[in-house]
Design a protein around this ligand. Structure first.
Ligand code: DGY
Length: 317
């Protein structure tokens, strides 16, 4: 069984894979071209991509050998699941293991945006800090404020738990249905998105990317948010209309935003780069050593199950 791993993975995972299988690694870690991915479909049995690989219908049509796409990561909107399914290709992901890391990063962004941490650091490094002052770079408190989670799966719940138990925030959430887990954070269910937006001081996105959620946070949604509130996105960039967000940040409709994800990574929407009140991180949600290793081991578990002819632990198609 031939396996292609499209990017460098943590050393321990690469070793565990290489001990068991015939694996081709990407030692220089340069993202593969579309052409390379198309060719790989005819040359390997298992493809192990990441969010940085667009596994679209054209790639999937590239060859008939791949039978499993074992994604390194929980989100899979970069894979055309319908096209894979139509060819009988199984797809797996790595849920659960990156919940805490991503929730930690949502709180990082929340604190950075509300306490103006990026702005303050830029001022200091530029030699423009003139000293402590009662009105210098005053931000906004989290205690007692309402966190509105859009999506209340594992990561939404973990973010709400940190915000509620750690920072004294009240929790509201928008989801398809009421969730019993919300009682742990005394969370209030809002079946209507505009109502959730209207009551939240900080809105945090925890929904998958893809066609169903594209531009969910558009100009109308931003206008429905409380004036002076904050938007946090650790989910997928395509969920937000960034031109509309930039306008809301310029006009003061939003006091700030914290973003970790963008629609066409690694490009960052030009309209955001000159704004002081947005924190911009380079897709770091799962980026701690323990999590990245656990993600790889989870992908490996799916490959092993596939090789043994057993049901995949984490099937998505
Ligand atoms: C995920 O797992 O979806 C992260 O965003 C990294 O891919």
């Amino acid at each position: 069984m031939r396996i292609l791993v499209t990017r460098r993975w943590p050393q321990a995972v690469e070793k565990a894979l290489a001990d068991k299988f015939d694996v081709t690694f990407n030692s220089d870690d340069k993202p593969l071209s579309k052409n390379d991915l198309v060719k790989a479909m005819g040359e390997f049995d298992v493809l192990c991509p990441t969010v940085s690989d667009a596994i679209d219908a054209e790639v999937i049509a590239g060859g008939d050998r791949v039978r499993l796409i074992a994604n390194y990561g929980v989100g899979f909107d970069h894979i055309d699941i319908a096209a894979a399914k139509a060819k009988g290709i199984a797809v797996s992901n790595t849920p659960g293991v990156l919940t805490d890391a991503t929730a930690d990063l949502a709180l990082t962004l929340m604190l950075m945006a509300t306490r103006r941490a990026g702005e303050g650091e830029r001022q200091l490094r530029a030699g423009k800090w003139t000293g402590w002052g009662p009105t210098h770079m005053v931000g906004s408190a989290l205690n007692g404020k309402v966190l509105g989670c859009i999506g209340f799966g594992r990561i939404g719940q973990a973010t709400a738990a940190r915000a509620h138990h750690g920072f004294g925030m009240k929790v509201a959430y928008y989801a398809r249905r009421e969730m019993p887990q919300a009682s742990e954070v005394d969370g209030t269910f809002y079946p209507d998105l505009a109502e959730l937006l209207a009551v939240s001081d900080v809105v945090s996105l925890h929904i998958p990317g893809g066609a169903e959620t594209a531009n969910l946070i558009d100009a109308a949604a931003l206008a429905a948010m409380k004036r002076g509130s904050y938007l946090i996105n650790t989910a997928r960039g395509g969920v937000v209309d960034h031109e509309a967000l930039a306008e809301a940040l310029r006009s003061g409709q939003l006091a700030g935003a914290g973003l970790d994800v963008y629609p066409a990574e690694p490009q960052v929407p030009e309209c955001l780069l000159g704004l002081e009140n947005v924190v911009l991180l380079p897709h770091l949600g799962s980026a701690n050593a323990e999590t990245r290793e656990a993600m790889g081991m989870r992908a490996l578990a799916n490959v092993e199950a596939f090789a043994a002819g057993e049901p995949l632990p984490d099937p998505v198609a």
